[in-house]
Ligand binder design. Sequence first.
Ligand SMILES: *Cc1c(COP(=O)(O)O)cnc(C)c1O
Length: 396
Amino acid sequence: MNKEQNKETNKRFETRAIRTQTARSQHREHSTPIFATSSFVYEDVEQMQAYFGGELKGNIYSRFSNPSVKEFEDKIASLENCERAMATASGMAAVFASFLAFLKAGDHLIASRAVFGSTFQVIAQTLPKYGIEYTFVDPLQPETWEAAIRPNTKMLYLETPSNPGLAVVDLEWAGAFCKAHQLLFNVDNCFATPYLQNPADFGADIVSHSATKFIDGQGRVLGGVVAGKHDIVEQVFLFIRRTGGSLSPFNAWVLSKSLETLAVRMDRHCSNALALAESLDGHSKILRINYPFLPSHPQHEIAKRQMRQGGGVITFELEGGVQAGVQFLDRLKMISLTANLGDSRSIASHPASTTHLRVPQEERLLIGITEGLIRISCGLEHIDDIREDILNALDF
Ligand SMILES: *Cc1c(COP(=O)(O)O)cnc(C)c1O
């Protein structure tokens, strides 16, 4: 750790997101450059042997570590109140590593049913190929989780708020459950970002992110990260360095720069989302509106306890099912139809006719994807323009 970092560890969130910085080079650059290098060079054989033998700590090869990547990791570790972090090539690389670094053939995983689509596929399709068993549970009925425990259960995995249903799971309850049953507690914190919620404060052992979303915040790069205690992240590090899902220095540089503005961006994402949710509440075409910081959200009290604000995503249920969803999307003029979220540009999606089209209806309903469900990722445009576009599109 260099002098600059030492100086900043006791500072506040916004300051740590900016001032956690890789040591400057002999050029005295103010802002950290991109260390676009695949490997690091040695003065002589003796020095090379010392690095490879571990007597000297430092960069060897960028699949293992790189100064641009380390700056991003150090920031995330600090912002998530964790000891260490390991960056990955995408959010799915982080989620996959968070399973495979800890689970082996014969182990059993309990997972919330309300998780990101690809995560659902990894648990249900990929893990069984490696002999890892799973049980999906209802995240909103934690009293049913105990019945899912087997002698070989090793981990509980969940997402809160969930994508796309915005289910809010009680982190304090889940943390106590994992402690009582000696399970690794693994949380995907993508929707909240470290600015709104820190799962480690509730006992999470493993905190993962798709940095592609709000952390980048401008729809430019893919990335992911896993944070936790030193020994936990060491396992993820070994898994990633062997299997190759490392983050590129360029993407790490973009993401580290992005973290410098995370707090101001999230404040605006959240205030736009709350204002939009409030103004759509009671609209004649909308059956119900879903936002963790609206008092009508079923887990509003839990959300208030564990989140600092409600996040940048709202969902609502249109009257008229699939057809109304398609009509609504077609009538939007400004808001983008795209697969991403957490962008400066507002984004709309209708899971039943797009991302979850091939998931059978009964399964969609189990994870809260009703026929007329619309998900809006509120961007940073002026709230009046976002609202106008949506109200106009609802007028069919
Ligand atoms: C997008 C997303 C992921 C996967 O991230 P990628 O960067 O697309 O691989 C994982 N979890 C959640 C909640 C997501 O929204």
